[in-house]
Design a protein around this ligand. Structure first.
Ligand SMILES: NC(=O)c1ccc[n+]([C@@H]2O[C@H](COP(=O)([O-])OP(=O)(O)OC[C@H]3O[C@@H](n4cnc5c(N)ncnc54)[C@H](O)[C@@H]3O)[C@@H](O)[C@H]2O)c1
Length: 277
């Protein structure tokens, strides 16, 4: 979809950071938006900053871990605006730690939000977008962390790689209904993401190495791209029908490095197979 005017979008994680910026960018393009977030106070504040509820903007409390709550939010969006064209499965959290030391409760928490939250959004909204025949868009927020890895972030990387694979796999199927799939894969954006791991269920402490990595990440996030610039870029890339949205020139070579490493492993295996018939 290249024209957002009078289209309706549902955005998760809309109380803060990238979700808030996507909401604002969509409103500026003339779209209607249903903002959703698990943080009621943050959502109320974000809604007020955007001028409060209107016939083009509403908000709903929604925990993306809860499939029934996402279904209810989808129905509310359709009932409020008549049709829904765009779902932005953007809510997400961070979780760091060393292998063998990460509480399984915390693992399940991040998988439920970062991966299952996206799945719940796609499952609830795709039938509604298909139903009117006008086409639309699915935007799933992954990360550059869904393409390359850093130390001490295994749960975050695992969920973000999963969102990339999931998005790529559904794209051809929904394309038949004129629904584009785009996966947002940014590097450092100035938001509140660095604090999100504090909400993890366990009360386990954080080891020294992970703490150092987290402090570096927080600094990079603080100096990252403005979320509003990323949101405008995202809408432009969605209009172009792009599968992935990247934002950082410095991270660009890492894509080629990973592709080469994969190719080298492939060639090594093929060489072994040829020599060991
Ligand atoms: N900031 C970055 O550098 C960066 C980089 C790559 C990807 N991302 C991704 O961008 C997305 C948005 O994060 P952000 O950077 O704007 O962070 P943020 O913390 O500013 O915003 C995340 C929002 O998601 C909401 N949220 C958390 N759990 C939820 C749940 N269970 N249900 C509904 N809402 C929930 C939070 O309340 C918050 O409002 C995330 O998926 C994140 O992984 C961020």
């Amino acid at each position: 979809m290249s024209d957002y005017k009078n289209k309706t979008a549902f955005v998760t994680g809309a109380a803060s950071g990238i979700g808030y910026a996507l909401t604002e960018a969509l409103l500026n393009e003339g779209a209607n938006v249903m903002m959703a977030d698990v943080d009621g106070a943050g959502l109320a504040e974000a809604l007020a900053k955007l001028g409060g509820s209107s016939n083009r903007l509403f908000s709903t409390l929604c925990d993306v871990r809860d499939a029934a709550a996402v279904q209810a939010a989808a129905k509310l969006t359709q009932d409020t605006f008549g049709k829904v064209h765009i779902v932005m499965n953007n809510a997400g959290v961070g979780l760091a730690g060393r292998s063998g030391e990460i509480d399984l409760k915390d693992w399940r928490w991040i998988v439920d939000i970062n991966l299952m939250g996206v799945v719940h959004g796609v499952e609830a909204f795709t039938p509604l977008i298909k139903s009117h025949g006008e086409g639309g868009n699915i935007l799933n927020t992954a990360s550059m962390a869904g393409h390359i890895t850093t130390e001490y972030m295994p749960p975050y990387h695992a969920t973000k790689y999963a969102v990339v694979g999931y998005s790529e796999s559904i794209a051809p199927e929904v394309a038949k209904y004129n629904i584009g799939v785009t996966c947002l894969c940014p590097t450092w954006v100035k938001t509140n993401i660095a604090n999100s791991g504090d909400a993890r269920p366990s009360t386990n402490g954080i080891d020294k190495d992970t703490l150092t990595a987290l402090k570096q990440t927080a600094e990079l996030v603080k100096n990252g791209m403005d979320a509003s610039r990323l949101a405008k870029l995202t809408l432009a890339m969605m209009s172009q029908g792009r599968m992935h949205v990247f934002n950082d020139p410095e991270a660009r070579p890492m894509i080629d490095i990973r592709a080469k490493a994969l190719g080298d492993d492939y060639d090594a295996a093929l060489a072994w197979l040829a020599e060991n018939t």
